[in-house]
Structures are given as structure tokens and as C-alpha cells.
Ligand binder design. Structure first.
Ligand code: PEP
Ligand code: MG
Length: 594
């Protein structure tokens, strides 16, 4: 719960939320406007018209420059075709009739430029959305997007997208979409704080991938902070401090120094194996969201990518990526990681990850609806394109494939039938792929964990997706900060499901990994090792800490913790035991956990 310890404007104010990405950040706040109509409408005199036209032209230049910059950044980070989404936006800025209509409106209506522009854009967008042509209908969203960007440039607030941030700042927003965070630059956005969200929302996951300290679930930070307030954010402890006192800043400087020296010490473990003191080996891999995350995987010495979330390839463009584009990306990731493996997960859209061009009707319960494998099985063209692309990349041998959100055996059988069909199509064309490609599934729905013995007959591996497993087992929406207090990975029900999955997997010769955020929490690592997990796949930035925990542990201690945990009657009791053990074996890491 966000709590205020003091509230007068220039006094220090401390807010508590959920630590979503570790690290400390200090800087001026940059408030992201959330309201589309973020301007005040007013009448202007005839004398003011010329000034308003000049403001409009300046904002157009600024908007055009921003769009070109984003296009370049996205193109170098994710590829040229992703950047093409901004071509359509540039066409709007350069559309003479659009620009002239705004100028005419200024001269005739005598209202400020924001109001006139908003009116013209709405008329354009509405007309476009009624045209009987898919392409033109989709352009309505571009017109609205660009108008919003221009209005924000006129108002001097950040134009919605994090891409346009100009100097280092801490971004404060009501909420952010994963696609917003995907275009963030780490040198400009030094920290991130939102009213909504939880540790496992995809925005938080993206912040961790980009190593930007973040606190989410702060409830009302976006209305308590004013533009340019100095803020201090502690992403490990889940704290945001508005107008910190000089003493507080000095105290945090010491913390930052301490954390930096711990991290430098941990970096020395890079070449060491992830093995307990008595030699029990655990594979330590990293999760990646974007192809460029491979740099971080190599830098920390992870043993491959235990989860490549492919959604971000789709979220950053305005049409479905074709087979060649995908095959190139997958193959490049596999090439750079070789000989270490990469587990490519098929598309997991839905939940909190949507595409504006998906044309999927809004759902009451998106996390329980048309998501992930359910969506793919119903959209054979999209699914087959991705399967063929992954198969093509598999010629590199270190590629494995994984289906998300499996809840029944039938889904695995049907998905594998599509995979066979994709293989046949490639065979007919004489295109090379790995005939022995390993196929696994995510265990992230309680039903799958409970029938893990049945599913194990059909797959080569399991990967526990605890972000969703916790949400579905405890009926706690993973992005709803109001129920975040119930989101407990150490809940006895979760531990029983994990235990059941590992036992069933091992009985059938199926290895079991975990790629949910729980795996990267130093407090949970001994427990997972005790439960017998074969692989931990975590954010690259957490690899050194997780390795340090494993290397400080006797397997016997981990097993004892597991025995106690499986008998415990509350998640809190288990969490306390986990904390005691960490304090015993790697006390310096307590610095980094909430
Ligand atoms: C999970 O659910 O734990 C997982 C790794 O998948 P995602 O976070 O992408 O839903
Ligand atoms: Mg999941």
C-alpha cells in the first residue's frame, strides 16, 4: 500500500509501493501525461493568431524530429521493419491539408491551437474510421497518436512516448504499456514509478530487462509529484521519496556506493559454475525480451536464454512480422548465444500485452481469455508463420521451442500437430531445420501443474511460469496493485504445485526449469534448489546474485528448507524462513531485497 509519512508540498514525502526493478535513482521527475485531452481550451484574440500559428509550426518541427529519432532508435534496437510504424506518423505531420486545416481553424475559430488541432484530428480520425478500407481505417489511430504528440509538445509535457525524453529524469506515470517501456533509453530514463502495476506486470519485467530501477503500485504518485520535483527512487525496497532531504540523499549515496561494491564483487563470479558448496549443479540462464538483451546475457555469463519472450517483436510494429523477419531475428539470437541454448517461446499475446492492430474485441477478463496458445491455435496463419521461423532458426541446433499458458493436454497435441505441418512444409521446400528440435511447455496454469505427469509424456521439458501460476492459483490479478498483498509466491499452494511439477517431470525424464520472476529473487533461490529445480532463468541483472546464493548454499540446507516449507501453513512463515537462511549464507544480498 502506498503510504504517506508527510504531505506538505516542499517537505520530504515518502511513498511505498512495490519494488519492480532493483537499484537507486535520483533525478527530476518527468510526469507523463495520461489524459488525451491534456490542455485547457481558451478563446484567443485576433492579435494572438500569428503567435499560435508560430507555436504550431514549432511543435510540428519538434514532433517530426522526435519521430525521426524514435525511428532510428527502434530500427537499431529491434530492426528496420519495426521502425516502419513511424512512417505512418510522419505522413500525418507532413500532410499539407491536415496542417492547413489547423491554420484555417486558428484564423476562423479564434481558439487556442491545442483546441483547434484536437478538433481537426478528431474529424480526420472519425472520417477515416468510417472508410470501407482496412488500411485507411487503421490510420485513424495514427492521426490521434500524432495529434496527442503535437499537443504534448505544445504544452511542454513529455509527449506520451518515453522515446522523447530529453534529459536524465525519473519518469512518473499513472501506468505504462509494455510497448512504451520497450522504446526507453536507459541514459535518459534513470528511474520509473507508476500508480498501477506489480512486480510481474510486463512493464516491470521490461524495466528489469533494461536495468532501470522501478517502483510500481504506488497508487497516486502521478498526482502527488509535480513536474521537476526532485525524486529519489529505491527499486529494491519499493520506496519513492519526493523532495528528499540532504541527509536522505547522503544516506542513499552511501547505499549506492555499497551496492556498487557488492555488485563489483559479484561480477567476479562470471566464469564460476552455478553449483552449491557440495557440488549440486543448477543451470543458470537469463530471460530476454528483445534481441539486444543478448548483450547482457553474454556480459553476465548466463548459460543461455531460458526464456525468449517473442511478443516484443510483435508489439513494436504495426503489422504481423513475416516469416523471414522472424527467422532472421531468432537465428541471430541463436548465433550469438551458441553453443548455449535459447528457448524461444511462441507468441504470448493477450493479458496485459495487446497490439493496436490485433482487432481483438476487449475482454472482461483478458488474463483468463483469448491469450497465448489459445490465441495461436485459433489463428493458424500467425502461429504457422512463427513455427516455420523458429524451425528455420533451429538449424543452429541450440534452439528449443516452448508453448505458453498450456492448460490441457489437447492444446499440446494440437500445437504439436501444427509444428509437424510446419516441418512438412519446410521439408517440401528443402529448407533445413533441426529434426530433433526439443519442444517444451510452460507450466503456469494450476491445471497443467496438476496433470504434469500426463503432459510429461508429450514434451522434452517444463518451464514453470510462476508469474502466472501465482496469479491463477491465488486468483490475484498480477497487474492489480490493490490485491498485490495477496500475491505470494511462497504460498503453500504454489509450493505444492511446483513440487508436483518437478516430481512428475523427473519421474518421466523431463527436466524442469523456472522462468518466472520468483527464480531471480535471492530469497527464493535456496527453496527452489531444495525443490530440485534443474534450471533457473532470471533477468540478466540478477544472474550474479542468484549465482552467489547457489554458491553459498549446502544442498542439505536447501532440502531442509524445502521440507519445512512444504509443511508450513502460511506463505509468510515460508518467506521468513527464506530470509533467515539468506541472512545466514549471503547477508550482503539483503541490501537488494524488499
Ligand atoms: C510467467 O508467467 O511466469 C512467465 C515467465 O511468463 P510471462 O511473465 O511472460 O507471462
Ligand atoms: Mg506467463
Amino acid at each position: 500500500m502506498a503510504q504517506s509519512e508527510s504531505s506538505s508540498p516542499k517537505k520530504e514525502v515518502i511513498l511505498r509501493g512495490v519494488g519492480a526493478s532493483p537499484g537507486v535513482a535520483v533525478g527530476p521527475a518527468l510526469l507523463m501525461a495520461v489524459d488525451e485531452k491534456c490542455f485547457v481550451e481558451r478563446e484567443i484574440s485576433a492579435d494572438e493568431v500569428a503567435g499560435e500559428i508560430a507555436r504550431f509550426e514549432e511543435a510540428l518541427i519538434k514532433t517530426r524530429r522526435q519521430l525521426h529519432e524514435i525511428q532510428e532508435r527502434v530500427s537499431s534496437a529491434i530492426g528496420q521493419s519495426s521502425a516502419s510504424i513511424f512512417d505512418a506518423h510522419l505522413l500525418v505531420v507532413d500532410d499539407r491539408s491536415f496542417v492547413e486545416e489547423v491554420i484555417r481553424g486558428l484564423e476562423e475559430e479564434h481558439r487556442n491551437v491545442e483546441a483547434v488541432l484536437y478538433g481537426v484530428a478528431e474529424r480526420y480520425a472519425r472520417a477515416l474510421s468510417q472508410v470501407d478500407d482496412d488500411y485507411l481505417r487503421e490510420r485513424a489511430a495514427d492521426v490521434r497518436d500524432v495529434a496527442r504528440r503535437i499537443v504534448r509538445n505544445l504544452a511542454g509535457v513529455s509527449p506520451g512516448g518515453l522515446d522523447a525524453v530529453e534529459k536524465p529524469c525519473v519518469v512518473i506515470a499513472h501506468d505504462l504499456a509494455p510497448s512504451d517501456t520497450a522504446t526507453m533509453s536507459k541514459d535518459k530514463v534513470v528511474g520509473l514509478a507508476t500508480d498501477l502495476g506489480s512486480r510481474t506486470s510486463h512493464t516491470a519485467i521490461m524495466a528489469r530487462a533494461l536495468e532501470i530501477p522501478a517502483v510500481v503500485g504506488l497508487h497516486d504518485v502521478s498526482v502527488r509529484v509535480t513536474q521537476s520535483d526532485q525524486v529519489l527512487l529505491d527499486g529494491s525496497k519499493g520506496i519513492l521519496i519526493i523532495n528528499p532531504t540532504p541527509e536522505r540523499l547522503a544516506q542513499y549515496n552511501r547505499t549506492v556506493e555499497k551496492q556498487r561494491s557488492i555488485r563489483m564483487e559479484l561480477a567476479r563470479l562470471k566464469e564460476e559454475p552455478a553449483a552449491t558448496l557440495d557440488g549440486r549443479r543448477v543451470v543458470l540462464s537469463a530471460n530476454i525480451e528483445l534481441p539486444s538483451d543478448v548483450d547482457a546475457v553474454l556480459e553476465v555469463g548466463a548459460e543461455g536464454a531460458g526464456l525468449f519472450r517473442t511478443e516484443f517483436l510483435y508489439l513494436t510494429r504495426d503489422s504481423w512480422p513475416d516469416e523471414d523477419t522472424q527467422a532472421d531475428v531468432y537465428e541471430e539470437v541463436a548465433r550469438r548465444l551458441a553453443p548455449a541454448p535459447v528457448i524461444i517461446r511462441t507468441l504470448d499475446l493477450g493479458g496485459d500485452k495487446f497490439l493496436s492492430h490485433m482487432k481483438v474485441p476487449a475482454e472482461e477478463n483478458p488474463f483468463m481469455g483469448w491469450r497465448a496458445i489459445r490465441f495461436c491455435l485459433a489463428q493458424p496463419d500467425i502461429f504457422m508463420t512463427q513455427l516455420r521461423a523458429i524451425l528455420r532458426a533451429s538449424r543452429r541446433r541450440n534452439v528449443k521451442l516452448m508453448y505458453p499458458m498450456v492448460s490441457t493436454l489437447d492444446e499440446v497435441v494440437r500445437a504439436n500437430a501444427f509444428l509437424e505441418q510446419a516441418k512438412n512444409e519446410l521439408r517440401e521446400k528443402g529448407i533445413e531445420f533441426n529434426e530433433d528440435l526439443e519442444v517444451g511447455i510452460m507450466i503456469e496454469v494450476p491445471s497443467a501443474a496438476l496433470i504434469a505427469d500426463v503432459l510429461a509424456e508429450h514434451v522434452a521439458f517444463f518451464s514453470l511460469g510462476t508469474n502466472d501460476l501465482v496469479q491463477y492459483t491465488l486468483a490475484v490479478d498480477r497487474v492489480n496493485e490493490r490485491v498485490a498483498y495477496l500475491y505470494e509466491p511462497t504460498h503453500p499452494a504454489i509450493l505444492k504445485l511446483i513440487n508436483n511439477t518437478i516430481r512428475a517431470g523427473h519421474d518421466h525424464g523431463v527436466w524442469v526449469g523456472i522462468c518466472g520472476e520468483m527464480a531471480g529473487n535471492p530469497l527464493m533461490v535456496p527453496l527452489l534448489v531444495g525443490l530440485g529445480i534443474d534450471e533457473l532463468s532470471v533477468s540478466p541483472s540478477m544472474v550474479p546474485m542468484v549465482k552467489r546464493v547457489i554458491r553459498s548454499l549446502q544442498f542439505e540446507q536447501a532440502e531442509k528448507l524445502k521440507e519445512e516449507a512444504l509443511k508450513a501453513d502460511s506463505g509468510l512463515a515460508v518467506a521468513e524462513r527464506c530470509r533467515e537462511l539468506l541472512a545466514d549464507i549471503a547477508p550482503e544480498l539483503l541490501e537488494f531485497v524488499a
